[in-house]
Design a binder for this molecule. Structure first.
Ligand code: PLP
Length: 392
């Protein structure tokens, strides 16, 4: 196929043309600083307020509870570090899971080096957090539970409402990294008992480098970036108006098209899963069979190296991933795949395909044909496979 087939929408998505269009005037003619007092700048303040309101409405929050950040990673860092600092009089214990994104895991490690204790909850073979273990991990000194909404590698959706109830019952703050889920699932913070939520624009056809942290009113979380009075004094620095406007537009589009878009993605995903599992032997689907993001399929192919498969798919114009974008290039198997119990050698042979509404059935057919061909080729070069066939 001449055309590029993009199947890595969990890494990032294409910025929609409608999004780019609304951003453009804020780079050129509407360049005022929203903090300035004159009328010219008031348009920027208004645009920022509107984008914030669109986002707040999408999650059932108030505008004053939404803080723009430089992306999902910053939102996660802020939620964890500032909560840890603000609530240290109550205790220094945090609960999270083994399968979080590194934006959470590495922040937890940072906090551990500063005297905080972190309990990492296991997941079952489908990648669902073990609720009984979570409940048992709660101590009088626990100040925060941080569990992701949906996993970026295997797509498994967590029992967020149950975790929210558990947190509330025990008077513990609950943060969720919803970077992958926001725009794909209906999320309402009050119904779910979520106190803080991180999201990022580039995962839902918005620009890269902007996200937000939702902080429920009344939570005494500290400022993260110190300086001016922007973002109600909690995240200083002149606001990125064009990106915020683009984020607002991306959210508006994602919410209004969610039902039909995710239905189409789910149908394509099911077709993809069915073909791969039925046509390629010694293959497994990673993640929960049904409680998974509409666009996520993650497979492990025995007897092959995922990296070799990726390179060969790339030569056929197919963009895919072996796990999260940050782990590609590294030879360590994914911490998520190891956490669901895969042995190293099977975790190594994994492929993540994440779809968008723009993908077609022809693209999926072409991709499955290429995967099949490549897996066969790689297996035929594998001494392990040869040995396995001989001993069968
Ligand atoms: N959290 C999750 C679950 C993610 O998938 C990602 C990005 O891949 C991030 C956080 C980081 O977001 P950003 O790229 O906006 O910093």
């Amino acid at each position: 196929m001449e055309k590029k087939i993009y199947l890595d929408n969990a890494a990032t998505t294409k910025t929609k043309s409608e999004v780019v269009e609304v951003m453009l005037p804020y780079f050129s003619e509407l360049y005022g600083n929203p903090s300035s007092v004159y009328e010219f700048a008031a348009q920027n303040k208004k645009a920022l307020d509107e984008a914030r309101l669109t986002i707040a409405n999408a999650i059932g929050a108030e505008s004053a509870e939404v803080y723009f950040t430089g992306g999902g990673t910053e939102a996660d860092n802020w939620a964890l570090i500032a909560t840890a600092e603000a609530y240290q009089q109550k205790g220094k214990h945090i609960i999270t899971s083994n399968i979080e994104h590194h934006a959470v895991l590495h922040t937890c490690e940072y906090l551990q080096k500063r005297g905080y204790e972190v309990t990492y909850i296991d997941v079952d073979e489908n990648g669902v957090v073990k609720l009984d273990q979570l409940e048992k991990a709660i101590r009088p000194t626990t100040i925060l539970i941080s569990i992701m909404f949906a996993n970026n590698e295997i797509g498994t959706i967590q029992p967020i409402k149950e975790i929210g109830e558990l947190a509330r019952k025990n008077k513990i703050l609950f943060h969720t990294d919803a970077v992958q889920a926001f725009g794909q699932l209906d999320i309402k913070v009050d119904e779910l008992g979520v106190d803080m939520l991180s999201a990022s624009a580039h995962k839902l056809n918005g620009p890269k480098g902007i996200g937000f942290l939702y902080i429920r009113k009344g939570i005494k979380i500290r400022s993260f970036i110190h300086g001016g009075a922007q973002e109600r004094g909690r995240r200083a620095g002149t606001e990125n108006v064009p990106f915020a406007v683009g984020f607002g537009k991306a959210v508006e589009l994602a919410i209004s098209t969610m039902k039909e878009r995710t239905k189409k993605e789910t149908e394509l995903r099911e077709y993809l899963i069915k073909r791969v599992l039925s046509e390629i032997p010694y293959t497994r689907l990673n993640g929960h069979r049904t409680k998974r993001l509409p666009n996520n399929a993650n497979f492990s192919f025995q007897f092959i190296e995922g990296e070799s498969l990726l390179i060969m798919l790339d030569m056929n114009n197919i963009c895919a991933s072996s796990g999260s974008a940050c782990t590609s290039g590294s030879l360590d198997p994914s911490h998520v795949l190891l956490s669901i119990g895969l042995p190293h050698e099977i975790a190594h042979g994994s492929l993540r395909l994440t779809l968008s509404e723009e993908n077609t059935i022809e693209e999926i057919d072409y991709t499955v044909d290429k995967i099949k061909e490549t897996v066969e080729k790689l297996r035929n070069m594998s001494p392990l496979y040869e040995d396995f066939v001989r001993r069968r």
